[in-house]
Design a protein around this ligand. Structure first.
Ligand SMILES: O=C(O)CCC(=O)C(=O)O
Ligand SMILES: [Fe+2]
Length: 181
């Protein structure tokens, strides 16, 4: 209980910083995404040693749903993020969180912040454990590019608005709902 409360505070602080970085009120994302009723989950991943790590994958490539995922792991690395078409291994910070931005953040910011493509590899030395704590809007929130941001930047929306609870079923293609003009 205390852990979920404290991790939620960290995630909310990150949304405040992102709001400010976009020239919006610090509470903009919190309020627009109804985060007082926001979805918080916890996924514990267990990756036993694998004799042929090059022929296996822990979790295939994906982006997370939601706004901000906090990730912690034991002393074994394994998370990889895609950057310029290459997979980069993340050196997990000792006693720290790795922060992944997720799909609804990309939609809300009209693509200014990207939802990171990532995957988990396995190794043949020791068990790896990771705990992912995704934070999302409340399930009944309409997620669309922030009108205030579009106006400020003079941009057209790049994504179609959608209720958050409809989102998981609609993304089997692993593509965000881009508007193709
Ligand atoms: O184990 C990891 O480092 C990644 C886990 C992950 O991507 C997830 O649970 O969504
Ligand atoms: Fe993930």
């Amino acid at each position: 209980m205390e852990f979920s409360k404290r991790t939620r505070e960290v995630a909310l602080e990150i949304t405040c910083a992102i709001s400010e970085s976009l020239g919006l009120e610090p509470n903009y994302i919190h309020d627009a995404m109804n985060m007082d009723r926001g979805l918080q989950m916890l996924a514990a991943n267990y990756y036993p040693p694998c004799p042929q790590p090059d022929h296996a994958i822990g979790i295939p490539h994906h982006t997370d749903h939601g706004l901000v995922t906090l990730l912690i792991q034991n002393e074994m690395n394994g998370l990889q993020v895609e950057h310029n078409g290459k997979w980069l291994t993340v050196n997990g910070p000792a006693n720290g969180f790795f922060v992944n931005l997720a799909d609804q953040m990309q939609i809300l910011t009209n693509g200014k912040y990207k939802s990171v493509m990532h995957r988990a590899t396995v190794n043949n030395k020791a068990t790896r454990i990771s705990i992912a704590i995704p934070h999302g809007p409340s399930v009944d929130t309409l997620i669309a590019p922030a009108p205030e941001l579009l106006e400020k930047e003079g941009q057209a929306p790049k994504y179609i608005g959608m209720n958050y609870k409809e989102y998981p079923a609609s993304t089997e293609r692993q593509e965000l709902h881009e508007i193709h003009l």
